[in-house]
Write a protein that binds this ligand. Structure first.
Ligand SMILES: [Zn+2]
Length: 185
């Protein structure tokens, strides 16, 4: 997974924001300077804000630059797409649909674990559950695929074509079939 994606996924789990040091600690991206470079780029692109404030993670009492995901990134994107792409209007809001699938996958993982995995990005969480054999390998792959496409759409403004949409809907069928007999953790 790209560090850029890892950072954005992590900021989704920390809606109050994180400083570069804490982001580096939570994501294990080293050196910390790399986090700084990526976040400055994301700020320039307008994907995140960097505000001078006390880190909500409590690492220091001094004000630092805190990285915050722009909450409206997804909405802005949906609006701009629906104006230019008629297919989006027919199918409804595609990014919103992918976000919804992701929320449902998170719910599936919450059920399996009997808890919410606070602090861990979605992809990392899938990898962990696959490693400890809680998630079957093929289910983990399918979830990663849907999530990776969702991230491309939301973070990179990628527009799926019909074949990719079919990949998503087939993958989703696999998940739904599997989730019928999820064991509660
Ligand atoms: Zn911090």
């Amino acid at each position: 997974m790209y560090n850029r994606e890892l950072i954005l996924e992590t900021l989704e789990v920390f809606p109050k924001g994180l400083c570069d040091d804490c982001l580096s600690g939570v994501t294990n991206i080293r050196p910390r300077q790399q986090v700084n470079q990526i976040c400055r780029l994301l700020k320039e692109e307008g994907t995140i804000n960097r505000h001078q404030m006390v880190c909500p993670h409590g690492c220091s009492q001094n004000k630092k630059l805190i990285n915050l995901l722009k909450a409206k990134t997804v909405c802005e994107f949906s609006e701009s797409k629906s104006r230019t792409d008629t297919r989006t209007i027919v199918n409804g809001c595609f990014p919103a649909h992918l976000d919804d699938l992701r929320r449902q996958m998170i719910r599936m993982l919450d059920i399996i674990e009997g808890d919410t995995a606070r602090g861990q990005g979605f992809s990392e969480r899938i990898s962990r559950l696959r490693n400890d054999k809680t998630l079957p390998g093929e289910i983990a792959c399918v979830m990663q695929t849907i999530n990776a496409i969702r991230n491309l759409v939301v973070y990179e403004h990628y527009m799926p074509n019909q074949k990719i949409e079919k990949v998503i809907s087939d993958s989703w069928d696999v998940l739904i079939e599997w989730s019928q007999d999820i064991k509660v953790g």
